[in-house]
Design a protein around this ligand. Sequence first.
Ligand SMILES: Cc1ncc(COP(=O)(O)O)c(C=O)c1O
Length: 412
Amino acid sequence: MTFDVATIRKQYPTLQQEVDGRRLVYLDSAASSQTPEAVLDAMDVYYRRLRANVERGVYRLSEEATGRYEAARARLARFVGAPSPDGVVFTRNVTEAINLVAYSWVRRRLGPGDAVLTTAMEHHANFVPWWHAAQDTGVELRIVPVREDFHLDVEAMEALLADGKVRFLALGHVSNVLGTINPLRELIALARAANPEVVVLVDGAQAVPHLPVDVAALDVDFYGITGHKMLGPTGIGALIAKPERLEQMPPFLTGGSMILDVSAEQVVWNHPPHRFEAGTPMIAEAFGLHAACDVLDELGMHEVRAHERGLVATFVDALVAADGVTVYGPTDPDQRSGAISFAVDGVHPHDLGAMLDSYGVCIRVGHHCAKPLMRWLGVNATARASLYVYNDVDDLAPLLEGIEAARRFFAR
Ligand SMILES: Cc1ncc(COP(=O)(O)O)c(C=O)c1O
């Protein structure tokens, strides 16, 4: 399919709205993407036709709902190149996927004398669970710094790995603030060179929606995704794991569905992935996520990336050239994705966000759940415009207009 944004936009009911007579300019997909009709329809099928619990009914309605729930698992596995659907655990979001690993792997297996390595550009979802585990277990938390060019400091990382104590690496694929695409293969190879047994988790929240991702080719142990940033519903994410890793892990949450047998004397855990899906799962959301994978594959992930690469180049160039604007992140579009953080001289990001809202432009302002990175940047907050499949160059002029209006109003 050719990348015809006008046609694509028609599939998104929210984008048909006007704000004060202006086109709604949605530049906050890094926080949450919009929902296409196909995803809404898929969820409707569950509620209107197949409403029943899954994995437990013997009647046809429940069996069909179960079949579709499992089909969503297989669809997601195919979308991200997971080795097997058995390695796909549905979670509420990527935050829960990462906590699952923190509780069922790191806290169980690591202790004093071991280190977890993460980075200073992580979202709190891939930082706080390790910090918390370190507090509780005596594991040492090590943090790879960020260089002036907004990439991870590879030499510092080598030094942090040198003593071979790092047994777990937790790394973001794409930064939600800087847009930096991390060279995963190179960074993982460094960690494995220092300790061949190192276990690797990648936070793919900002990568899977925007880049072709092949988890098996990356050869990572765990890879987390979140549905609402990839055109899917809120309330569903997934942990993609090597099935043998899941086999080795005890459950995170316990209760119904995740057992084979229960008596007063013993409980026998179910096999993965069901061992990690206690209770009634997000059924309609799984249907919706299935449809989101279909929509993205129909567009083609290489085409999605090419579209965003072109657009991010235009937006970054325009922002760099705008008076009083500082962009935080790589300027080379090959090294970055479409989350563009910036500051406007003399204008607080929250004031800028409010001004842009009056132009119908939605951006994110704040610390972006990345306070260690904010500290490194030396700011409390930034503004962030982020791009996706339904954005085009027509979204740039209102952004620049709003920025200029904010400068005139606030930065006198
Ligand atoms: C890089 C990254 N990781 C994790 C998250 C957390 O996602 P969720 O709130 O869906 O768990 C986000 C959300 O902004 C993110 O950008």
